[in-house]
Design a protein around this ligand. Structure first.
Ligand SMILES: [Mg+2]
Length: 106
């Protein structure tokens, strides 16, 4: 891709790596917040889809509210979409292996 800068995940001074790391940390923190709030989350796919769709809807709401001068939580809402997506991926793997959610050791 032209003008596409390749970043180096092993270079701690790489600006794009910093952005990547910040995004992942935000997603991890949101996943922890969701675990604390909702407890174990092993749902059927249709429930995960409903949860994810609700979160995507909140992203759309933020964008529309920005157009009218509000909506300052777009990043937060996008992090929630990513966190729910990762939670769903992890739940799928647990289901495939016949495992249950385990609360992480703190
Ligand atoms: Mg949300």
């Amino acid at each position: 891709m032209k003008n596409c800068r390749k970043w180096d995940p092993l270079d701690p001074d790489d600006v794009e790596f910093g952005r990547y790391e910040r995004a992942l940390i935000d997603v991890e923190n949101e996943m922890q917040r969701q675990d604390d709030k909702w407890g174990p989350q092993d749902h059927p796919d249709i429930v995960w889809l409903a949860v994810l769709t609700e979160e995507v809807g909140e992203v759309a709401k933020e964008i529309l509210e920005r157009r009218s001068g509000g909506g300052f939580d777009l990043r937060k809402e996008l992090v929630q979409v990513a966190a729910v997506s990762v939670q769903w991926l992890m739940a799928m793997e647990r289901a495939e292996r016949g495992e249950q959610f385990k609360v992480p050791l703190s």
